[in-house]
Design a protein around this ligand. Structure first.
Ligand code: PHE
Length: 345
């Protein structure tokens, strides 16, 4: 019995050493037979108790050696097969094949127009100012000469935060103006782009969230003529060199006098008639001379300093530039819509 067990072990050792592993199938056969959970070497350890005492040690050592040999052969074969597989894939690469095209994303039309506006005003020496979207009542309204109970508050339906009546979602980026005026001394020359919110019914024409760029210039001796010239430059950079503008008297609580600026759009087709209501003129932005009360509220001397401000909706500019007739398109993220916009901005 003991002789048999030893003989059997020796036979197995021979088999292990002579086993040729040249592919995955052979490797798997080897694994199952010699190193897997139910390998054939394991039961031989049970035979140790049938071996004569003086041979027990040698037999045990032999089995261990066999076990280690099998594991080593298996590990080496695995590495070898892996290397062969790797070199095969390298050889199979077709270097003449053209590369997969990389799909480039496109910029959102709002970003494109926003960047274009920033680019234009940067050339005039304006810098970009940004601030929070959750504002307090004072910076959004009171500082901007719109105290509580002021009827002009109805012009901008406001989302108030539930946790506090004091906090709200800014209704315009004029809040960035008041933030800046209270923290910086003139001269101030900034534009404030950003997202704003109004509690309005969502339709093709209006949305509860949209984007604005407001501008503010305060220094000694700033006049309405400076405002007009700045806006003319903007309109011609934005809408074309020959663009004509007109300023119509208007009202904003934070500017006095106030105006709305129209650009001449023309009346070339039916759409022009519809969007300009038959006049050929399109309203683009609101503007005016900063009301002395606003300067006063922000601790800027209204005798020494004057300033102008303006504000426009970015969606409106984008809709005009690209002839988009539904503001909701900007917020739906339909790739078929977004893919149409390619820009250097
Ligand atoms: N804040 C105004 C609005 O949101 C725009 C504006 C800004 C008008 C500055 C005049 C001057 O409607």
């Amino acid at each position: 019995m003991s002789v048999n067990a030893f003989d059997k072990a020796k036979e197995l050792m021979e088999e292990i050493k002579n086993f040729k592993i040249n592919n995955e199938q052979e490797k798997e056969i080897f694994r199952k037979r010699f190193v897997g959970a139910k390998n054939i070497i394991k039961p031989l350890f049970g035979e140790i108790r049938n071996i004569a005492n003086e041979d027990k040690k040698a037999f045990g050592q032999y089995l261990n050696e066999m076990k280690q040999t099998a594991e080593k052969i298996f590990a080496e074969a695995s590495v070898k097969l892996e290397m062969i597989a790797d070199s095969n894939t390298t050889q199979n690469i077709d270097l003449t094949r053209s590369a997969e095209p990389i799909k480039l994303g496109t910029r959102h039309p709002i970003s494109i127009v926003n960047n274009k506006i920033i680019d234009i005003f940067t050339k005039l020496g304006f810098t970009v100012a940004e601030d929070r979207e959750i504002e307090d009542d004072w910076h959004n309204f009171t500082a901007m000469n719109t105290p509580e109970d002021h009827p002009a508050r109805d012009m901008q339906d406001t989302f108030y935060l539930k946790d506090s009546v004091e906090r709200l979602l800014r209704t315009h980026t004029s809040s960035v103006q008041s933030r800046l005026m209270t923290s910086t001394k003139p001269p101030i020359r900034i534009i404030a782009p950003g997202r704003v919110y109004r509690n309005e019914t969502i339709s093709a024409r209006s949305h509860a969230q949209f984007h604005q760029v407001e501008g503010l210039y305060i220094d000694e001796g700033v006049s309405f003529a400076d405002l007009k010239q700045t806006l003319l430059y903007f309109a011609q950079e934005m809408y074309g060199k020959n663009t004509k503008i007109r300023l119509r008297p208007s009202y904003f609580p934070f500017t006095e006098p106030s105006a709305e600026m129209d650009v001449y759009w023309g009346l070339n087709d039916e759409v022009d008639y519809r969007i300009t209501k038959g006049t050929g003129w399109l309203e683009i932005l609101g503007c005016g001379m900063v009301d002395p009360n606003v300067l006063d509220n922000c601790d800027i001397d209204p005798v020494k300093y004057t300033g102008f401000a303006f504000g426009m909706g970015i969606e409106r500019q984008a809709m005009l530039l690209h002839r988009i007739d539904d503001i909701r398109a900007f917020f739906e993220n339909d790739v078929r819509f977004l893919e149409q916009f390619k820009s250097v901005f």
